[in-house]
Write a protein that binds this ligand. Sequence first.
Ligand code: SF4
Length: 422
Amino acid sequence: MQSHFHQLLFHVHKERPLVYIFFPILTHVPSFVKHAVDHASCPIVAGTPDVMKAAFTKEQDFFGTRNIRYLDPALSFSEPVRMKRRLFEVFGELLGVTEDESDFAADEGLRALERFDLDVQARGRAILEQVEAEDRLAILLIGRPYHLDPGLHHGIPDEFQLQGYPILTIRSIPKDETWLARFFARDLASGRSQSPLDINDVWPENYSANSAMKVWATKFAARHPNVVLLDLSSFKCGHDAPTYGIIDRIVEQSALPHLALHDIDANKPGGSIKIRVKTYVHSLKLQQERLEVVARKKAELGPLVGRSALERAQVHASRLVARTSALATQDARQLLSSLRKVAPYLPAVAKWAGTEGLSMLPALSEQAQAGLRRWLAPSPDQRREIERAEAPAPERDMGNIVQLRSRGSKAQVASTGASVNA
Ligand code: SF4
């Protein structure tokens, strides 16, 4: 950062005189991660504007001697209303604008930021769709926003691009939840995550915006077959420290190819970085081959898998029909045989249940007994039939009946002309 300031003050200013340098202290930055505890910036990054001011004013005021005004207000994207107020306080008088005009400009700025994000995501989506269609790999760079600076990423992403691997950043991954749902379907179905942009399943106490975004990006890469990771960290990063274990676990469980280059500013990494880039490229080639083999197998087996699924469904259906008819026949047969066994006893059982049976069930509640009595009580018609059946048969006068023939299957009764089975 000091080099950039040096460049501005000692070179750019000579060619194009500067009036203001605006370098805000961003305490909270925009974040897409949902259900996070907070969206705080790294305090070292947030404090850098003050550090720069101190560095260039301590011995001599390099801004004042060049008539440059240094503006470093503290701003929070988590509190847009206060942020707009603060911007008006800083710029209202300098630019000669009213508060409404200042607020309008701030809203336009936020909208432009949103449009920019959507544009970057559209480009990221195009890359992802291309590598999916061509069974290739893309490298997702997980780092801090300052790793976009070539002075801080040491040209590492460029090395990979030269080898033919497109580079994605956390910001360029689409954040459209409908699009992401196919990668996070299991997490959502199991209730592990409330949203595809949620990281509480792996890190519930996340308050650092950029660290949380790194963890989310790792989760995404672990679920996308064409994405591998490049994890950059410049120093002994206090904010990265709690994410190391989480990222390692995700990488281990998903067998995600992963190159972590940490402390890249702690020494002169030029040569060793090149060796590690080559090693990673070699392992990526193997991964690419695996991807191609899987794609070929899918293409070959796809129709077969579809056919065998259909055949399996037919077999299951015919088994189900056979089983159902066997059960129906068997059940019907068993029911008939049971009925045959109990049928002769039914009248006696009914009589017993109606008279003595109930008295043997003292455990039944009054209500149950009443219900059972109602159920067993015959209707008026049934009662009449029962009474008729139980009435003693009238004595018959058999005196005028003459048996004419008793041999054979029929006996004829001459006096009545009726015939009965003998
Ligand atoms: S290395 Fe980590 S702690 Fe240091 S400035 Fe970067 S994000 Fe902050």
